[in-house]
Write a protein that binds this ligand. Structure first.
Ligand SMILES: NC(=O)c1ccc[n+]([C@@H]2O[C@H](COP(=O)([O-])OP(=O)(O)OC[C@H]3O[C@@H](n4cnc5c(N)ncnc54)[C@H](OP(=O)(O)O)[C@@H]3O)[C@@H](O)[C@H]2O)c1
Length: 212
């Protein structure tokens, strides 16, 4: 599944960050969804701009997971360039992220950094292979938190089952769409399952319709 927030003009960031588009309830949804996930899949640019760190959950959510025999969800980053600075908070020794990259990438860029490098694909990260590798490790519930490029690629490969979209009544910000499609991307139809509203902000849940 994927979770994104945007303005009513479809922008996905303001000043290079998502915070200004979010609301307290959206932030709560963000955390709740994390508590369902086995792994959080995120594009490298989002990790760089948002300075991603390891997953932190409220104690009651941690307890619920512990009761179910589950640890905290892991972060999995998708990157071709591997231009990921060693001081990014996501590189936590106790919770090292997985970094999915491709065969042509220079993995020495991450030498000495606490991360598990996994090769999936030749010149692009093969996202279908990523999902298979995660499933082989019993990480079935994959939550993609963007960004727009990674999400566009996931949908392009028809790998998204469920899409949670928050629309805040804001216009402006960066010229970054919520989903960045590759040119001539195939049309994919989704089915609207639920709409909730809070103070002008819409929370929508879509599932993929497999016939198109
Ligand atoms: N509104 C929201 O809900 C939301 C959510 C997340 C992010 N954002 C915003 O989105 C902006 C970033 O957008 P973005 O689209 O540039 O970010 P992105 O999707 O997070 O990152 C793009 C990068 O991910 C890697 N990547 C993605 N797919 C790949 C593939 N198939 N193979 C190899 N590498 C792949 C590449 O990394 P390398 O460059 O390392 O090769 C690529 O440059 C930020 O401003 C952030 O705040 C908004």
């Amino acid at each position: 599944m994927a979770n994104m927030v945007g303005g009513i003009d479809g922008t996905a960031a303001a000043g290079g960050r998502v915070a200004a588009l979010s609301t307290p309830l959206d932030a709560e949804l963000f955390t709740r969804l994390r508590s369902f996930a086995d792994v959080i899949l995120v594009g490298a640019e989002t990790v760089r701009r948002e300075r991603y760190g390891p997953v932190r959950l409220a104690p009651e959510l941690v307890d619920a997971r512990t009761h179910a025999g589950r640890g905290l969800p892991r972060i999995a980053i998708v990157s071709r360039s591997l231009e990921l600075a060693a001081d990014l908070p996501v590189f936590d020794v106790e919770h090292p992220p997985i970094v999915f990259t491709c065969r042509t990438s220079d993995t020495s860029r991450l030498d000495g950094i606490p991360a598990e490098i996994v090769i999936a694909g030749d010149v692009d990260v093969d996202l279908a292979a990523v999902i298979d590798i995660l499933a082989d490790r019993s990480m079935q519930t994959v939550l993609c938190e963007g960004g727009p490029t990674l999400l566009g690629d996931l949908i392009g490969r028809d790998l998204l089952d469920e899409y949670l979209l928050t629309i805040t009544p804001i216009v402006g910000g960066d010229d970054i769409p919520i989903i960045r499609n590759r040119t001539n991307a195939e049309l994919r139809r989704f089915h609207l399952q639920q709409v909730l509203e809070d103070d002008g902000t819409l929370f929508m849940r879509y599932t993929r319709r497999s016939e198109t």
